[in-house]
Ligand binder design. Structure first.
Ligand code: IFM
Length: 384
């Protein structure tokens, strides 16, 4: 059977600045240096402290042209990346024009290759001065984020797709509720406050984007889980809908990041996450409730041996097709991730990439599953 996708469907992959660029200086890099020894010990010595320090990551900052050649060779027609705020505004109110020029080159390089950029403004890391002012707990945070957004949109006025924030629910859950990620808070009050400021930041950024260019589209990349266990409805509301509802009409599309459900599945990824493509179908239906187009801004698997990725991608794309066939307006799919990269507190161990990284030599090796994904892209259809 052949599952056809709508004409003009966008296919590609995603990355984020801190996870691939290398040599950033932000709140995470400082935290990594303090925590690497402890995290390494917690792994029972299995992974050395360097595994938990982003360091030069994939050196994508210097090798983005080579990486986008790979993207083109794989026939992707869209690509999501993020701009690193700490590079653009390393000190409060001081813009680094050299870094703006860098991202101008990144965007131009994608466009020259016929690849549509999806630009994320914030993917979890913040400049250290912003952290020192209280980060997302400060009531000034919205003002700072808006100012940064305005600088970026005036620098890149022709971007069609903006993603303001990445996975606010995952970020605040780990950083303000469970205390596992910077800024390592464990407080319901602070968790709610950070969420509140992030939703205000989104709305301010959305308004700024639309007033600068009403034709551009702005949304959020939102992590969604398919919940089946009691109290599934409550969990669905809190995790999947609370933030989306708080930004209500201030979004032109819903960006869905999907990885797993809460069901017991026979197959798991290297992250030990259950593989549940049917859950993907269900979360797309949840996302569709807002009556906006849906873009899959992330979906992927950590699979170092590349044994499960081909099937994972095909099964998830089939589930997405089922949603489309039922009338859900899904317009694009971005696999996470283009390259193996720095997976936050798990370090370099998980391998999500279509492209395998040799971190010693910085060589890139295209995995077989990436070619299988390309077959789907070329046909704009999946044969099952
Ligand atoms: O690597 C992350 C990404 O930064 C945000 N979404 C989930 C991915 C895999 O954990």
């Amino acid at each position: 059977m052949r599952l056809e996708f709508p004409k003009g469907f966008l296919w590609g992959a995603a990355t984020s600045a801190h996870q691939v660029e290398g040599n950033n200086h932000n709140d995470w890099t400082e935290w990594e240096l303090k925590n690497a020894e402890r995290t390494s010990k917690e792994s029972g010595g299995k992974y050395p402290p360097e595994n938990y320090i982003s360091g030069r990551a994939c050196d994508h900052y210097n090798r983005f042209r080579e990486d986008f050649d790979i993207v083109k060779s794989l026939n992707h027609n869209a690509h999501r990346f993020s701009i690193e705020w700490s590079r653009i505004e390393p000190r409060e109110g001081e813009w680094d024009e050299k870094e703006i020029e860098h991202y101008r080159q990144v965007i131009a390089t994608l466009r020259e290759r016929g690849i549509e950029p999806f630009v994320t403004l914030w993917h979890w890391t913040v400049p250290v001065w912003f952290r020192d002012k209280g980060g997302w707990l400060s009531k000034e945070s919205t003002k700072y984020f808006k100012r940064y957004t305005e600088k970026i949109i005036s620098s890149f006025p022709d971007i069609c797709f903006w993603i303001t924030l990445n996975e606010t629910n995952v970020y605040t859950g780990h950083g303000y509720w469970r205390g596992e990620w910077p800024p390592c808070k464990r407080s319901l009050r602070q968790y709610l406050l950070a969420n509140h400021h992030l939703s205000q930041a989104h709305i301010a950024a959305y308004k700024a984007i639309k007033s600068a260019n009403p034709k551009s589209k702005a949304g959020l990349a939102h992590n969604m889980i398919y919940f089946t266990k009691f109290p599934a409805r409550l969990k669905n509301f809190i995790y999947n809908h609370f933030f989306l509802r708080s930004i209500k009409t201030y979004q032109d599309f819903i960006g869905v990041n999907y990885y797993f459900s809460d069901r017991k599945m026979a197959e798991r990824s290297d992250m030990n996450w259950p593989i549940d493509p049917d859950g993907f179908y269900h979360v797309l239906k949840e996302a569709a409730k807002y009556g906006k187009p849906v873009y899959v801004t992330e979906n992927g698997i950590a699979d170092a041996e590349d044994k499960k990725r081909r099937k994972y991608i095909a099964d998830h794309i089939a589930a997405m097709h089922k949603a489309i066939a039922e009338g859900i307006d899904v317009r694009g799919y971005l696999y996470w991730s283009l390259l193996d990269n720095f997976e936050w507190s798990s370090g370099f161990t998980p391998r999500f990439g279509l492209v395998e990284m040799n971190y010693k030599t910085m060589e890139r090796h295209i995995r077989q599953s990436a070619y299988e994904y390309t077959k789907i892209i070329k046909e704009n259809a999946l044969e099952i």
